[in-house]
Design a protein around this ligand. Structure first.
Ligand code: AP5
Length: 190
């Protein structure tokens, strides 16, 4: 199986590039952000609880997101592979992902980490907030999402550095150019 973790700060283009990768490699897309937003839209108990946390730009508990991933792996196990978008975001989530994939007889093939600086992230997400009204795309929450990424999520890269499957990719430029850089990494390492 080809299991790709698409990693990077808020607004770095994980969702945009995941869409293109799933088409090229027939992978199943698992985005914890999308899963949580579906719960919010359906106004489930979990969604109501998660919305308060997401609107502050903080992380939803490891237990909740790991449970979601577990369900998705059960649903789609056995296909060509997965793209994990926005997960793992803590070292605990990274450890649990390894355990869950081991249970399915597979592992993370590579971690592709999009590199984009804060100013560009702010610009992209403020623009999207104005266009779509996404409730966590306002300057204050975006800024906190980036702080949370630096504090709680960057340590995940040190976890993967040890296994030598972590590949930083420049995330600035045209979407197709970035996609080509990612495909080059996938082809060399799959
Ligand atoms: P989530 O939905 O994962 O959001 P995020 O990671 O904060 O950021 P985005 O998904 O908005 O950015 P992206 O990197 O996918 O970029 P995109 O392609 O969309 O998480 C939301 C919240 O859910 C979290 O804050 C947290 O509360 C909770 N959550 C989610 N997962 C969790 C987890 N594992 N644990 C705990 N809590 C969790 O692009 C952004 C914009 O830029 C778009 O408008 C796009 O068109 C544009 N764009 C893309 N590429 C380019 C380019 N090359 N040039 C110019 N613009 C571009």
């Amino acid at each position: 199986m080809l299991n790709i973790v698409l990693f990077g700060p808020p607004g770095s283009g994980k969702g945009t590039q995941a869409e293109k990768l799933i088409k090229k490699y027939s992978l199943t897309h698992i985005s914890t952000g999308d899963l949580l937003r579906s719960e919010v839209a359906a106004q489930t108990e979990l969604g109501i609880e998660a919305k308060v946390i997401m609107d502050k730009g903080e992380l939803v508990s490891d237990k909740i997101v790991i449970g979601m991933i577990e369900n998705k792996l059960k649903e789609h196990g056995g296909g060509p592979g997965f793209i994990f978008d926005g997960f793992p975001r803590t070292v605990e989530q990274a450890r649990e992902l390894r355990n869950l994939l081991t249970d399915h007889g597979t592992k993370v093939s590579m971690v592709i980490s999009l590199q984009v600086e804060r100013e560009e992230l702010m610009k992209r997400l403020v623009k999207r907030g104005e266009e779509t009204g996404r409730s966590d795309d306002n300057a204050e929450t975006i800024s906190n999402r980036i702080d949370v990424y630096e504090r709680q999520t960057i340590p995940v890269t040190y976890y993967y550095d040890k296994t030598k499957i972590h590949h930083p990719v420049e995330g600035i430029g045209k979407i197709d150019e970035i996609f080509k850089r990612i495909v080059d990494v996938v082809e060399k390492n799959k």
